[in-house]
Write a protein that binds this ligand. Structure first.
Ligand code: CU
Length: 87
């Protein structure tokens, strides 16, 4: 009984494995831009955590596996910034 619960838990955690998406963002000039980008990304379904770096114009997004990197860029663009998915 206990083993099967463990197996199910493991399967679920594999299905919901997080991914780390890196984005290249242009047009961020100040900390207010950073928080704009951050809050728009955090408002996206499946996004768990966002870190935005103003200095090099990048963002790291921890999201579940259902999230498409391109969709995150669309979100950033609609907030008024340029975005590319970093490889
Ligand atoms: Cu700004």
């Amino acid at each position: 009984m206990r083993k099967s619960i463990l197996a199910i838990t493991l399967l679920l955690s594999l299905a919901n494995a997080d991914q780390l998406i890196k984005l290249q963002i242009t047009g961020m000039m100040c900390p207010a831009c950073v928080s704009n980008v951050k809050s728009s990304l955090n408002g996206t379904t499946g996004v768990k955590e966002t870190t935005v770096f103003l200095k090099n114009g990048t963002a790291e997004v921890k999201a579940d596996s259902s999230v498409k990197p391109e969709a995150l860029c669309t979100t950033v663009k609609s907030a008024g910034y340029g975005c590319k998915v970093a490889k």
